[in-house]
Design a protein around this ligand. Sequence first.
Ligand code: ZN
Length: 177
Amino acid sequence: MYSAQALAMLAELGISANELEARGLPEYSQAAILELAERGLDGREHFLGPAAAQAWRLMKEAARDDQVVLQMVSGFRSIERQKAIIERKLAKGQPLSQILAVSAPPCFSQHHTGQAVDIGTLGYPPLEVEFESTSAFAWLQRNAGQFGFSMPYAKNNRYDYSYEPWHWLHGEIAESI
Ligand SMILES: [Zn+2]
């Protein structure tokens, strides 16, 4: 059963909770404790929970030792921010079905937990499937598991999200449906 907060936001956005439930989309809770995990080249600050931040730093360093650059494109994202993202897409006239294939509704993004990172590397546009052909992705496939990271949105994932080779999750997270 989804939380009252989630149900209220879904109703406001015109998203059917029943459809999300049928799709098996789990709700995630928002991280209580965050720390600065990385400052991007553009000065943007990316936050993660303490365990994920520590694991990220170690993984990034190990990659660097192998001449591989891992950059954080995004880390923690609040429920309010996720709502604003969906609202902006709706305002542009994008159909909901198209929006929800690539964006999670507010309360349903793994980025709320402070354990998810979107990873990029030099010379490639962020958040594009071509990330899978980078040496960074090959390195992650070989090594990310040692640092507790996995790739939840593989091809044909159980959440019915598009393939996201850039999205990695640290540790286990509590999911409620
Ligand atoms: Zn992501």
